[in-house]
Each structure stands twice: as C-alpha cells, then as structure tokens.
Design a protein around this ligand. Structure first.
Ligand code: B12
Length: 221
C-alpha cells in the first residue's frame, strides 16, 4: 500500500482529524492528521477510489476490531467516524462529475433501528457523481417509509444499508412490502453493509449485494 494511504488509515484509527489532535496515545500533536493527509494525497493525484477503499474502509474495519476487543470505547469509534465523514466531504468534489445527468432515480436508506450512515453516504456521493438522482432518506428508516418513497418517486432502484446483525433483519420487510404494493418488479433492490453477503441477498430476494460502493456502480453499469 502507498505510504500516504497507510498514513491516512493510521490517523483514522487514531481518530486524528488534524495536526492539533493528540491521537490515542497522546503524543502525536504537530504531525499531519486526516485533513492534511487527504489534501496531500489529492495534490499527489492519489485516486479517491484508493483513499476510500484502502484508507477509510480499512481504517474503520480496524476500529471495529478494536471496539470488539474492548480496546476502544464508543467515543473512540465516534472520533474515527468523524474523521471519515470529513475525508468524504473533501473527496466529494472529486467524485462528482458535473456533466453527467440521468433520469435514473435511486432511493437510499439505512434501515430501521440502525444509525450507521458513513457507508450509505459514500454510496450516495458516488451515485450522484455518476448522474443518478438520489433520494437519501437518512438513517433508521422503517420499511413503510422506504416503500412510500419508492412509490412517490417512481424510482428504478432502492438501496438498503445495515451495519448491525439485528437491523439487517428489517431488509426482508422492505421486500415484502414492495411485493404487497405491486412494486417489486419495477425496482431493483441493492443491499450493502458489513454484516451482509450475497447469500443473504439471495435468501431475502434482493437483486444485488455489493461489498462496496464502487461495486454498486459496476453492477448498475
Ligand atoms: C463507525 C461505527 C459506529 C459509529 C457510526 C457513525 C455513523 N455516522 O455512521 C457509531 C459510534 C455512532 C456507532 C454506533 C454503534 N455501533 Co458501530 N460501528 C462503527 C464501525 C467502527 C465502522 C462502520 C463504518 O462506518 N465503516 C466504514 C464504511 C465506509 O463501511 P460500510 O458501512 O461497511 O460501507 C461500505 C460497504 O459496506 C458498502 N455499503 C454500505 N451500505 C451500503 C448500501 C448499499 C445500497 C450498497 C450498494 C453498498 C453499501 O459500501 C460502503 C462504502 O464502500 C463498525 C465496524 C465495522 N467493521 O463495520 C462498528 C459496528 C458496526 N458497530 C457496532 C455496534 C455494536 C454499535 C452500537 C450498538 C454500539 C453501542 N453499544 O451503542 C451502536 C449502534 C447504534 C445504532 N443503533 O445504529 C458493531 C455491530 C456488531 C453487530 N454484530 O451487529 C460493529 C461491527 C463494531 C464491532 N465490531 O463490534 N458505530
């Protein structure tokens, strides 16, 4: 991995937004943080794709493991999440191609009971950048509301995100309600989030499982 990508990942794990932050061990003041490093990477023409997949995703994966092993507490996870959100904001202009326009409509939501939105927001940014009209409903959205949005906007695609093993169980509800409303054949259902898999997509009758946001774009093509 490029050194700068490894540095960004390390600073995500340390929860260091900028050079004023101490970091987990408290001795990193003065060293560049996520903001400075992402700026530098963009200046060096490192691709936003690599920054997202190699630094942001992998950094958060490591944070998840540290939380699981009780080495990190909730505030540590939140500090890392803030760094990723800030990095995405900086990457957004580089992911959005202003000349693309499409009539394809995509409804996106994190399912009921789930407040994780970093991955969903990356998906939204990439889709908008590729010309899709994205109706991002936000987090913790009940199945009824998601289906109503599909109906109202006449969307061709719906994307569901879940990061908790408990909340992924709300996904089949959305598919059932789409069937009840006679909308299932009019919309392709994409699902994503760390605990999901292609097997789960097949089991619940979703059309596509995507490991990351870029895979969603590939599948849409
Ligand atoms: C950051 C984080 C948080 C942040 C969320 C901030 C935010 N605004 O999202 C905070 C601190 C708030 C948080 C809270 C909690 N969290 Co949390 N969190 C994480 C962590 C570390 C990273 C998630 C993340 O952002 N990853 C980075 C993004 C980029 O990756 P991603 O979401 O997977 O998205 C990519 C793909 O999956 C895909 N994708 C995602 N969605 C979609 C949708 C579509 C349509 C498509 C096509 C693709 C796609 O594309 C994305 C981009 O490439 C994970 C660990 C992990 N390994 O996932 C734990 C984790 C998910 N959290 C966990 C837990 C337990 C919690 C809490 C219950 C903790 C608590 N005691 O309160 C709460 C739950 C709150 C709630 N009700 O939702 C557990 C879940 C365990 C389980 N088995 O369910 C994990 C796995 C940590 C762990 N190892 O224990 N969390």
């Amino acid at each position: 991995m490029k050194e700068i990508l490894a540095e960004i990942k390390k600073n995500i794990v340390e929860g260091r937004l900028d050079s004023e932050d101490e970091g987990f061990d408290g001795d990193m003041v003065g060293q560049p943080g996520v903001k400075e490093l992402v700026k530098q990477a963009l200046e060096e023409n490192v691709s936003p794709h690599d920054i997202i997949n190699e630094s942001l995703n992998k950094g958060m994966e490591q944070v998840g493991h540290l939380y699981e092993s009780n080495e990190y507490l909730l505030p540590d996870m939140m500090a890392a999440a803030e760094c990723v959100s800030e990095a995405i904001k900086m990457l957004e202009p580089h992911l959005v191609k202003e000349d693309v326009q499409s009539m394809d409509r995509f409804v996106l939501a994190t399912v009921e009971g789930d407040l994780h939105d970093i991955g969903k927001n990356i998906v939204a940014t990439l889709l908008r950048g590729s010309g899709f009209q994205v109706n991002d409903l936000g987090t913790g959205i009940p199945a009824d509301k998601i289906v109503a949005a599909v109906e109202e906007t006449n969307a061709q695609y719906v994307g569901l995100s879940a990061l908790l093993t408990t909340t992924m169980e709300h996904m089949p509800e959305v598919i059932e309600k789409l069937k009840e409303k006679g909308l299932r054949d009019k919309v392709k259902v994409f699902i994503g989030g760390a605990p999901l898999s292609a097997e789960f997509a097949e089991k619940i009758g979703a059309d596509y499982y995507c490991e990351d946001a870029f895979e969603a774009l590939e599948k849409l093509k």
